[in-house]
Design a protein around this ligand. Structure first.
Ligand code: CP
Ligand code: NVA
Length: 308
């Protein structure tokens, strides 16, 4: 049985197989063909943090696949009152067919998965947001940017950045990351990416220089400067990230036809200017929609790769 906890567990071939499946499923969905790939299955969806896209896309997705989604806010279940994660896993996984979790800790997610009888999907942790990156890559393909791909990530070295490191190093495209001093990516995750990059041929560059990072990029991306759970650091972060906004001046250093991606929610005037956001909104909202299609593919793929 496979889980979907981080892209480090997936080969290039597997990532592309899921993307190909997402392309098929998206085409069917657009033609209003809703194949029941997972009839009568229940997806448990545990949320310890807020969500718009992840909740709506997983719940709609499992319904379209013939199943049903069960929304479980950690405030409402005993997990939020201290029931151990391993007990929660052993209970819920006996009753549902697949589980998606958004929580604070990749370690706890991994612990949950070790005790689960059914596949577990990472809906965002402190370390990774792999389902988002799958949607981002589908968006890149649809925008005809997957050849000669060079991605520039400007901003916080966070769960999104770590996931970009995994995607780039697995698929073999170039990635430039620019973060402010003190907000660099996790060194262990970077080292792992550098190892994968030796095999895939990706060139990964890390700096504190947004202009150098964006030079010649075909995709420019960023994320909020204040992730969920970091609200107390907001004032300091906004000061420390001064100069890291993706605005027209920065975008003008990228390739002429470069696209801009954002996982959303976006905070205009901080990590991205209103002008850059609105002039790339078609791609950004296609990226958001692709969460639905790609996650349906992930669920179907995990279902098809069970032992039983
Ligand atoms: N990008 C993303 O995961 O959005 P939500 O937090 O709204 O789920
Ligand atoms: N880095 C952000 C991503 C939100 C989808 C966070 O963790 O809040």
């Amino acid at each position: 049985m496979r889980h979907f906890l981080t892209l480090k567990d997936f080969s290039k071939e597997e990532i592309l197989e899921i993307i190909d499946l997402a392309i098929v499923i998206k085409k069917e969905t657009k033609a209003k063909i809703f194949k029941k790939y997972m009839p009568n299955q229940t997806l448990g969806m545990i949320f310890e943090k807020s969500s718009t896209r992840t909740r709506v896309s997983f719940e709609t997705g499992i319904y379209q696949l013939g199943g049903v989604g069960l929304f479980l806010s950690s405030n409402d279940i005993q997990l939020g009152r201290g029931e151990p994660i391993k007990d929660t896993s052993r209970v819920i996984s006996r009753m549902v067919d697949m589980i998606m979790i958004r929580n604070d800790s990749q370690n706890e997610l991994e612990e949950f998965s070790r005790y689960s009888k059914v596949p577990v999907i990472n809906g965002l942790t402190d370390k990774f947001h792999p389902v988002q990156l799958m949607a981002d890559y589908l968006t890149i393909i649809e925008a005809n940017k997957s050849e000669n791909l060079k991605v520039a990530y400007v901003g916080d070295g966070n769960n999104m950045t770590h996931s970009w490191l995994m995607l780039s190093s697995k698929l073999g495209f170039d990635l430039n990351i620019a973060t402010p001093i003190g907000y660099e990516v996790d060194s262990e995750i970077l080292a792992m990416a550098q190892e994968f990059a030796k095999i895939s041929g990706a060139t990964i560059t890390i700096s504190n220089d947004p202009k150098a990072a964006v030079a010649d990029a075909s995709v420019v991306t960023t994320d909020t400067w204040v992730s969920m759970g970091q609200e107390a650091q907001k004032e300091k972060r906004l000061k420390d990230f001064d100069g890291y906004i993706v605005d027209d001046a920065l975008m003008s250093l990228a390739r002429k036809d470069a696209i801009f991606l954002h996982c959303l929610p976006a905070y205009r005037g901080y990590e991205v200017s209103e002008e850059v956001f609105e002039s790339h909104s078609d791609v950004i909202f296609n990226e958001a929609e692709n969460r639905l299609h790609v996650q349906k593919a992930i669920m179907v793929w995990l279902d098809q790769n069970r032992d039983n």
